[in-house]
Design a protein around this ligand. Structure first.
Ligand SMILES: Cc1ncc(COP(=O)(O)O)c(C=O)c1O
Length: 393
């Protein structure tokens, strides 16, 4: 059976070139980057080359990059690290209701530790309001954390505007740019950010390696203690092959960013228009013109997202749903809830996230198998009345 992967916001397949770069390290580089002998120096040279590639991708200086064990750790290092380092200055953090759990759960933990957190609401289109953010700033605000682009809807936030506000009010600004990397241009200067989280496996690099950009002068307390690796911000022998792979993946992502974004946008929009033409009562979630080029989040009325996913899977198509199955209960996505998407529609949401290996044929096949899946599920719904359907609603 044909297998089509439309879940690139969850993780991406490792690029061949990345695997080759990593294999080369495993085969030829045996030293510890902290050792002073020849083997160690060679490992250090490779590590720093990887750092340079990641730094260049976001317009940063290599010495401002700290490698971590993934995106979740980078988010935690940013949020907890700045909070604890700035505790004497204040105890208030501003974030948004649609952040990834890596930021939200870190903030909830900090609340238990005595910090206070403002969770900014978003519009129905999924956007944070810069003016609301500005109003939330207090004299004791020590950190603003707003993501670059949302993983569920793909909505791109007004990060540069927020950066300007943060700078004028002298509050450090962190952005989780994990979904933005490789999909839209990222520049720490243009975006006005002081800290930026990145992750290898969202950009055709390896899993378990990430990075935090920390602007020179921003104080961050480490999460763990040990040796002097990564400027003592992240002690422990570095994941050299992972870092080299991440560096190579970042470099490759820069190479054809615009043409690949255009190609994906075209495929994504075709997927959307084919679905809306052939399936009634479908609603798109997220600001139409302000989304990552690869992401499409749709709600299908009268059906559950899980049911659609199972039906698609039977035909070899892998997508995702925003709702998380927690303790046997289907909780609607916190992102769609924050956008005030009705609970029933949030339950019926499916995220399609496209990537490098997808073709127009994949998209057309997906629609062909989706149409009967939705039809069959709706026929089982006691609320569904086909006579009320308007095509392409
Ligand atoms: C926006 C966002 N932040 C953080 C993460 C966590 O990254 P990692 O899987 O590398 O820990 C993800 C991955 O799902 C993400 O999409």
């Amino acid at each position: 059976m044909k297998k089509i992967y439309l879940d690139h916001n969850a993780t991406t397949p490792l690029r061949r070139e990345v695997l080759a770069a990593m294999e080369e390290i495993y085969q030829n580089v045996t030293g510890n980057p902290s050792s002073v002998h020849f083997f160690g120096r060679e490992a250090r040279r490779r590590l720093e080359a990887g750092r340079k590639q990641v730094a260049e991708t976001i317009g940063a200086r290599p010495e401002e990059i700290v490698f971590t064990g993934g995106g979740t750790e980078a988010d935690n290092l940013a949020v907890q690290g700045v909070a604890y380092a700035s505790r004497s200055k204040g105890d208030h953090i501003i974030t948004s209701a649609i952040e990834h759990p890596a930021v939200l759960a870190a903030c909830r933990f900090l609340e238990k530790e005595g910090f206070s957190v403002t969770y900014l609401p978003v519009s129905r289109e999924g956007l944070v309001s810069p003016s609301q953010l500005e109003e939330a700033i207090r004299p004791e605000t020590i950190l603003i954390s707003v993501m670059t682009a949302n993983n569920e809807t793909g909505v791109i936030q007004p990060v540069a505007e927020i950066g300007e506000i943060a700078r004028s009010r002298k509050v450090p600004f962190h952005t989780d740019a994990i979904q933005g990397l490789g999909k839209i241009p990222l520049s720490v200067e243009e975006m006005g950010v002081d800290l930026m989280s990145l992750s290898g496996h969202k950009v055709y690099g390896p899993q378990g390696v990430g990075a935090l950009y920390i602007r020179k002068g921003i104080r961050v307390r480490p999460l763990t203690y040990g040796g002097h690796h990564e400027r003592s911000k992240r002690p422990g022998t570095e994941n050299l092959a992972g870092i080299v792979g991440f560096g190579e993946a970042s470099r490759l992502a820069r190479e054809n960013l615009e043409s690949e974004a255009d190609r994906l946008r075209m495929l994504r929009d075709r997927l959307c228009s084919e679905i809306s033409d052939r399936i009634p009562r479908v609603k798109m979630n997220g600001a139409p013109g302000l989304r990552l080029p690869n992401t499409l989040n749709l709600s299908f009325e009268y059906v559950e997202g899980e049911g659609i996913l199972l039906g698609l899977e039977e035909k070899g198509v892998a997508a995702a749903t925003g709702s998380a199955c927690t303790s046997g209960e289907l909780a609607p996505s916190h992102v769609l809830s924050a956008m005030e998407v009705e609970a029933a529609l949030a339950q019926g949401s499916v995220r399609f996230s496209l990537g490098r290996e997808n073709t127009l044929e994949d998209i057309l096949y997906t629609v062909d198998v989706l149409v009967p899946v939705v039809k069959r599920l709706r026929e089982m719904s006691p609320f569904y009345d086909p006579d009320n359907d308007t095509q392409g609603d």
